[in-house]
Design a protein around this ligand. Structure first.
Ligand SMILES: [Zn+2]
Length: 101
């Protein structure tokens, strides 16, 4: 009879340990993402000031616009940025083109 009680005690002890381990693992894996850097920064979007398109920062090209570097979406926008950010003739032509005939 003493042996059966010992066996039962061992089984319950094992179950308790397993439960405690599972809880520990759950808290560990839940806490992990909170400790790291926010995921949203990884895919940060920036706006191309030339055409207004939103692009992933990692995919943006760097263009010199006057005194500063700006992110642009394409070689075309890079050329336009280099030509000048406030070129009224170019801007007017683009607006007319966007509206259609
Ligand atoms: Zn662009």
């Amino acid at each position: 009879m003493g042996r059966l009680a010992l066996l039962l005690f061992l089984v319950f002890a094992a179950l308790l340990i397993l439960r405690a381990l599972r809880l520990l693992l759950a808290t560990f894996f839940q806490a992990r993402p909170r400790d790291g850097p926010p995921v949203s920064i990884e895919g940060e979007m920036v706006r191309d000031p030339i055409c207004g398109t939103w692009i992933d920062r990692r995919l943006a090209l760097a263009a010199r616009s006057g005194e500063e570097w700006v992110p642009v979406c394409s070689e075309k926008c890079r050329a336009r940025a280099a030509a000048g950010p406030n070129d009224p003739g170019q801007a007017r032509a683009d607006r007319a083109g966007a509206k259609g005939p």
